[in-house]
Each structure stands twice: as structure tokens, then as C-alpha cells.
Design a protein around this ligand. Sequence first.
Ligand SMILES: [Zn+2]
Length: 428
Amino acid sequence: MKEVFEKVTKIFLEDIILCDSCLGRLFGLRGYGLRNDERGYAIKTLLLMELYRVGEVVTNREIIKALASSGFKPAQDLALIVNVAFEEKECYICNGLTKKYSDLANQMVELTKEYEFKTFQIGCRIPPEIISREEDLWRLFSLHDAESIKNEITREVGKIFSTITGKEYDPRKPEMTIILDLEKNDMELIPAHLFVCGRYRKLARGLPQNPWLYEDSRIMYKTSIEELITEPLIVAANARDAKFHAAGREDIDALTLGNGRPFVVELRHPKKRTLDLQALEAEINDRAKGLVEVRDLHFCNSSMVSRLKKLAEIARKTYRVRVHFREPIDESKLEGLREQFKGVIVRQRTPIRVLHRRADKVRKKVVYDVKARKINEKIVEFVITCQGGLYVKEFIHGDQGRTKPSISEYLGSDIEKIELEIINIEEK
Ligand SMILES: [Zn+2]
């Protein structure tokens, strides 16, 4: 303790006035289970006990003055008795900030009222002059056990906030992050995104996956899968907006049937986190009027988004494709087709139709199985099971030789029209 006394005495003799918290924090790593203001008050108390014994002449009048100026009541009483003049001053480091923890916590309570959350964390921006004054002291007086004011503020304000609201401080998985900007005297709320996942079936051709920004003759509706699914969720969660993630992109004029395509909706800045997903499922389906149908809505976390992206690449997909050929097809070739394409690796250069927005590269995808059923002379229905990420239309028409092998090349027939449906997406 001698070392602590010596250092504190030196600080006070420099006429550096410190509040209980800031003094205690300079030795913050010493002693367990104490708040910094308790630690600071204890140091001041012991210092006073060292300095003054009843009946003795007071020699250290400067220290008594400094202690009294810091607002330490026992020193103020003593100063009156021994005739030491003093003036109460704000703390050299924090300038009164440590007295405002309750106020800050109460402002947080007010500001977060409309938000639903169980766990929180606090971030803090501190005026740089406070930090440099504090760090100067650490250097000047060789204080190696000090704690930073930033730590103290987040912890102490967090404790008060938690006591008032019953919410739990959890920096690992906070549902709400509260930023105290003490530089600008401002607070910012960052509620964690809320993730809802499920599967959708696309039941209408001409419906884009995402809101479409430009004219396209294939578009039949003034809406998109994304809008139909996200809008009721945004309203229910009172969110600012949403990001829509699906396992793979949707062809405008293809259908997605079977068990549907997995998706995640990332609701940003939600005020509500408890949603009746069953009711929302019904509402989405009701409003979508048969264009889209969702199922199996449930909550998930952010890791699901990257899982979806991976899933899109590896999941086995099964398509039903109706192909109209220009000429009657060669029956014998059609019979050999299944054998020909079983387990074949297809090499695809980026399709011409997406070259304007994607880099030109070669990708290899596996086609597991192709079943063909002749509908008439020129129309064949194929059921194609392949690896996710295969450009199926190109696998059929060959994309001017950019996809090899292709069904068109094998059958030696040009193609007039392709109608595509996804009938199964298999998760692995
Ligand atoms: Zn202070």
C-alpha cells in the first residue's frame, strides 16, 4: 500500500484533482469485487487517516486541500477545522463524467423503450482529451495497474441499465448494441439483424426473384419473390428494411416446385423480435395469391446465409424441362441419351445472357441423370438431376458451343423454346 500512497500523494501535490472513480481506476486492477469509486474513496480515507492524528500539528495541508477540492467530504470537514481554504473542482481526468452514469443509463432506458431485446452490449466513444489526460497520468506516475475509463463506463452504465430493465449484458450475442457517443453527446441504437428462413415454391412464370429495375418482356408481374416474402415480415418486425438471400438464383420464366428453394430473410433494424411465424406464413401465402408459396418459416442466425450460398453450389437439383425442337428428333439418339449423360461433367463458359454482369470463366458441374420422355415429334420432356450452379438452359441449347457437352449438340437439333421447372432441391 505504501507505493499506492506515495503515488497518490505525488499526484495530489501536483494539484491534480481526481474524483473517487478516476482515482480508484488508476489502481483498477488491484483488489477484487470493488467498484472504482469504492476503491478511490477507500484510498482517500486511508490517506486521510495517515495524514491526520487528533492532537498532532497538520503538516500536509496541500494534500488536505486537494482531497477537499475533489469533493471528499471528510477532508472538507477537516479543512474547516484546521483552516485550510479550498474550492471544490471538477475532476482533472473526467470533468464530472463519472457522476453521470445513472443519467446515461436512464437515457438509454428511454431511447430503447420501443425495442424488443433481451441481451445488450454497450459501445462507447470518449472525447480524446479525456483519454489523453488519463494516459498522461499513467505515464507520468508509472501507473501499471490502471483500468481505462472506456471499460469503466461501459461496465458501470451497463450494470445500472441492466438493473433498471432486467436485460442481460452479453457482448457475445447482443440483440441490441447501444453506442454512447460522449464526444457528440449522442446515442445510437443498433439492434441485431433478425434472421428468418424457410423454403419457397415459385408457382408462376414471369415473376422475377428480386425487384427488377429495367424493362424485360418476360416479366409478367409488378412484383417479385423477394417483395412478396419480405414485405409482411418487415411490417411485423417493424424493421427498417430486409435483405433477401436465396439458395441460388431464379430464372424469370422457370418454376420452382417440389419442396421449394431455401431462403433467408435478414430483417435489418427490427423493433420487434417475437414474431408469429405461422401467422406470417399464412399472410404471405394469402397476399401472394398463388404466385409464391412459403413453408417451414423459422428463426435462424447469420451463419445460415453463408450456408445457403454454399448449398446453392453443392445441392443436387432436379429440373423438369420441356423442350421444343425445330425439327423432328432422332428417336434412336433419344434412347441413348440417358446412358450418354449419366455422371457427365459439363464445362460451361459464362453464358452469353449473363456475360454483361458476370466475369467470363469456365465452370464444371456434374449432371447426374437425364431422363427423356417424348411428347410428340418435336417436343421432349427431360428430367435433369444435376449439381447446383449448372446453367440448365445452356446445357440444353449449348450456348453457341460455350457449354459442352449439350443436349442440342448430342441430338443434332436446334431448339425453339425451353420451359423450365425446378422440382426438387436436395439439401446435404
Ligand atoms: Zn473523474
